[in-house]
Design a protein around this ligand. Structure first.
Ligand code: FES
Length: 104
């Protein structure tokens, strides 16, 4: 299954996703610019990405902890913002499109 990633410069990258890994791990494994400082513990929000609206509705809703962290982000976009470490990538998400934010 593929993941389409638009980087902060607007360039599109198409990755072959690993369904045993989170979205964050997939992005980092392909050397995309994402910090993920806390290593996936839902504690830092440096793995914040924007999910395309069509896809956002197909993901499990964020936990209260994830939602609280997202709402503190200056770049928070309701309905699109997610912490990529909290999304399990799986085959049904083939074609998922996400946009990276500029690094802080
Ligand atoms: Fe820290 Fe996702 S890596 S919240």
């Amino acid at each position: 299954p593929t993941i389409h990633v638009i980087d902060a410069d607007g360039a599109e990258h198409v990755l072959e996703g690993d369904v045993k890994a989170s979205l964050m791990e997939n992005l980092c494994d392909h050397d995309l610019p994402l910090d993920a400082d806390c290593g996936g513990s839902c504690a830092c929000a440096t793995c914040h990405v924007l999910v395309d609206p069509d896809w956002a509705a197909r993901l499990a809703t964020p936990s209260l902890d994830e939602q609280a962290l997202l709402e503190e982000e200056a770049s928070y976009q309701p309905g699109r913002s997610r912490l990529s470490c909290q999304i399990d990538f799986r085959a049904e998400l083939d074609g998922l499109r996400v946009t990276l934010l500029p690094r802080r």
